[in-house]
Design a protein around this ligand. Structure first.
Ligand code: MCN
Length: 786
């Protein structure tokens, strides 16, 4: 681990520099862009989940004044190439992604017809004049049925609905299960949810006919991925295709993939020679932004009489929806479920099997935590169930099984290497912070008084800041392992740090400026961070997978170090000193041998504006570009402790207190780290108790408004305490580990364990999330009948 010699800013709770802009209404989101001559798109989307398109009649819609053009899949063929999320995974079937449904529709909400008009109102009105005739095809809604060999196919060319299959094995699990004294297991179900960002997806494309170049403003978290994909799809060279993510109002993974609407606005802006915009509404967001989870897991854990884990078996069926999303593939979510299932525990024998099955629902894609909310839910439930069976305390069983400091690096059965992290330290400090023993005593008193109160612990580990030796999604050809920083000082001494990552709520304008300022010896206020613009650096993929602190922070550090050395050499010459005597701090270079000093602005002025003052052999451009690859990535870990109370009349579950003890290595900004944990825990509470995308048996979405899709609001989210554990620092530059997703990984499991704990007197265990009052009522009724 290498860190700045004198940290002044890294580690400090610097207030977010982007907030004054965002909180006073001066943010500029894609939909705020004012562009002359703008055309607007509205989509006629499929109202059928699986049907052949027999005919589309839009003649009457074309007659409407203000309608400029109408497009179907046939029109798009000459404008775009289909794209496939390819992968080296065996048994994987990619699916073609077209901007408009071609021949068949495969989910309710799939774009079928695009109306381009002078205003969005006109485009929406034109929808009523479009007639689409469908021939209904058999339902492909239930993933377990769709996985059967004779099931009707969603993608005939794949020859199966099972788009991806993987298996991991260590040891003989059948033998372990046959011999084990204690076994626990169940069918677990984590229902589908959506990322639900505040800003809906929006795309605005401008085509410059003269320069034959395209500019896409996109509410994306991955502008580099979108740019590189569009190069192929549209056949425009990368040098003439720029993707800019302006202010983006949250993504949570939902804006991390390439979307059909994004391809379409670009193709039509070029075709029509006018700027084209589409802004999604909330119904479109709920029906057609990538969704997440939706796994059924059959899992079994074997332990010995002391509670030591002997083996684990998991069979996962992931409902991946209608298409294999670009670039992540249909494997992203379900494969991570089995890859991370053993969690932070010593699991000597493991068998994990997964099938990602296509169904006629919105495609699944990245969502904060990816796969690990489900794997943690299942594993943490199994660990608690084993403890209940043995009469062991739930903290104690974890202490007996968590990988110990001396066991790092530890390779899990699916091949993930935990470099080192504070697994046990997080559990111990979390329990200490809540005063666990006293809490248990109070719970006994509450129980004696007839109250349903529960304490739930969940411990997990995640791989963050992954480098080039491990891809964000299995076998994906895109290099997700590096990021670049370009750092330059202009003649006024002002410093611009450009990155390809795209902050959409993470506060990276602040944290990356902290890192660069410290390494360069500059003042924080002098640094402007540019992000989310493919013109800023030659290659980048974006902000996802809790990677920006590690990768962009690392690249920023390296660029700042190199630029600092240049400044030292030039300052030494200007002050009649030698580079080793120069120190730079707060924007001032000082020569230790003669006491002279110069500001960075004075050095820049001498370099650029005073001809001849710096000789030819000393003068250098005050600019550096560096990339950073952490090779494998690093392990972050955490323990969450949730306290709940259940109302025995309404079955409402109240999260009464919540604590996160986390190890993200060296913190750049504790205020931001806390905020990330708070936000992610709120999402985890949503996943545990409220949020669920529901499709009926014919594939109709029943939760296409925020009346039906229930997200938690302030009263449902307690003030979350965060305890920071800084165990041995990782070998990443700066010693940072990622943490932006963690809260969402730990919270569903902690709450499921707390609810099960509260219901121990009734003998009820939770196997299904979200655990709504309705589900709890059914469980309790069933238990009463038994
Ligand atoms: N940080 C820090 N010290 C560390 C680690 C992180 O100060 N040791 C800071 C970082 O500098 C950054 C933030 O914490 O400002 C998150 O950093 P990191 O863990 O590197 O995650 P990314 O910046 O790569 O963000 C991605 C992650 C993911 S994958 C999702 S999804 C997510 C999230 O972050 N979506 C978010 N946080 C979100 N926060 C908001 N507000 N909105 C979203 O859509």
């Amino acid at each position: 681990m290498e860190t700045a010699s004198k940290s002044k800013l890294v580690g400090k709770s610097v207030k977010r520099s982007e907030d004054p802009r965002l909180l006073t209404g001066h943010g500029c989101y894609t939909d705020d862009k004012q562009v002359a001559n703008l055309l607007h798109i509205a989509f006629r989307r499929s109202d059928q989940s699986h049907a052949r398109i027999v005919g589309i009649d839009y003649a009457a819609a074309l007659e409407l004044p203000g309608v400029v053009a109408i497009f179907t899949a046939e029109h798009m063929d000459s404008m775009v190439k289909p794209i496939y999320a390819t992968s080296k995974m065996p048994d994987y079937h990619p699916t073609a992604i077209y901007p408009l449904a071609r021949g068949k529709v495969r989910y309710v909400g799939e774009p079928v017809v695009a109306v381009v008009a002078e205003s969005r109102y006109i485009a929406e009105d034109a929808m009523d004049y479009i007639q689409i005739d469908y021939e209904l095809l058999p339902n492909v809604v239930d993933p377990e049925a769709a996985a059967e060999p004779d099931a009707p196919l969603l993608h005939e060319e794949a020859g199966t609905n099972i788009l991806v299959k993987r298996e991991f094995r260590r040891g003989d699990i059948d033998e372990v299960m046959a011999q084990a004294p204690i076994k626990v297991g169940a069918r677990f179900r984590f229902h589908r949810k959506t990322p639900l960002a505040m800003e809906n997806r929006t795309y605005l494309a401008e085509y410059d006919q003269g320069r034959r170049s395209l500019l896409l403003h996109s509410s994306t978290g991955s502008p580099g991925i979108v740019r590189d994909a569009l190069v192929d799809i549209l056949g425009i060279p990368g040098s003439r295709l720029r993707v800019v993510a302006p202010d983006v109002g949250g993504s949570f993974g939902g804006k991390g993939s390439l979307y059909p609407e994004e391809i379409l606005v670009c193709a039509l802006a070029r075709h029509l020679g006018r700027p084209v915009k589409w802004t999604g509404d909330r119904m479109e967001d709920l029906a057609a932004t990538s969704q997440a989870f939706d796994e059924t897991v059959y899992a079994e854990l074997a332990v010995d009489e002391q509670g030591a884990i002997l083996g684990l078996r998991a069979n996962v069926i992931g409902d991946v929806g209608a298409y294999s999303i670009y670039p992540w593939t249909a494997g992203l979510e379900p494969v991570q479920v089995i890859s991370f299932m053993p969690g932070p525990y010593r699991v000597p024998v493991y068998h994990g099997k997964v099938r990602g099955v296509a169904t006629s629902k919105s495609p699944t894609g990245p969502y904060r935590g990816v796969g690990r909310p489900t794997s943690t839910f299942v594993m943490e439930r199994l660990v608690d169930m084993a403890a209940h069976k043995l009469g062991l305390d739930t903290k104690e069983i974890r202490l007996r099984n968590l990988i110990k400091p001396e066991e790092f690096p530890y390779k899990t059965a699916p091949g993930i290497v935990w470099d080192r992290s504070g697994f046990i330290e997080c559990l111990e400090s979390g329990c200490e912070a809540v005063d666990y023993d006293t809490l248990r005593q109070k719970q006994e008193e509450a129980r004696a008084a007839g109250r349903w109160v529960g304490i739930g612990i969940s411990s997990y580990a995640e791989l963050s800041g992954i480098g080039s030796r491990i891809s964000a999604s299995p076998g994906m050809p895109i290099n997700t392992g590096t990021e670049i920083c370009n750092l330059k000082i202009d003649p006024s001494g002002s410093i611009t740090a450009s990155f390809g990552i795209a902050s959409h709520g993470q506060g990276l304008e602040t944290t990356l400026a902290q890192v660069v300022a410290d390494e360069l010896g500059a003042r924080f206020e002098e640094i402007t961070v540019i992000h989310g613009d493919t013109a800023a650096v030659s290659h980048s993929t974006g902000t996802y997978a809790s990677r920006s602190a590690v990768l962009a922070g690392g690249a920023g550090t390296l660029a700042a170090r190199a630029l600092r050395e240049k400044l030292e050499r030039i300052a030494a010459h200007l002050m009649g000193s030698h580079a080793p005597h120069i120190s730079i701090s707060e924007g001032v270079a000082t020569a230790a041998d003669n006491g002279k000093s110069l500001t960075i602005a004075e050095i820049a002025d001498a370099v650029y504006s005073q001809m001849g003052r710096v000789p030819k052999d000393v003068i250098e451009v005050l600019e550096e570009t560096k990339s950073y690859d952490p090779v494998w990535g690093t392990t972050s870990s955490s323990t969450h402790i949730a306290m709940v109370e259940i109302d025995p009349e309404t079955y409402m579950i109240h999260v009464t207190d919540y604590l996160v003890a986390e190890d993200c290595g060296r913190m750049i900004n504790p205020l931001i780290v806390d905020g990330q944990a708070h936000g992610a825990v709120a999402q985890g509470i949503g996943a545990a108790l409220f949020e669920e995308i529901v499709y009926d048996e014919r594939g109709q979405i029943l939760t296409a408004s925020l009346v039906d899709y229930v997200a938690p609001s302030a009263p449902e989210v307690p003030a979350t305490r965060v305890v920071h554990v800084e165990s041995a620092l990782p070998d990443t530059i700066g010693g940072f580990r990622g943490m932006g997703e963690g809260g969402t990984i730990g919270a569903p499991a902690a709450i499921a364990n707390a609810v099960s704990d509260a219901l121990t007197p009734l003998g009820i265990e939770i196997f299904e999330l979200p655990v709504t009052p309705e589900r709890l009522f059914q469980l309790i009724q069933k238990q009463k009948l038994n």
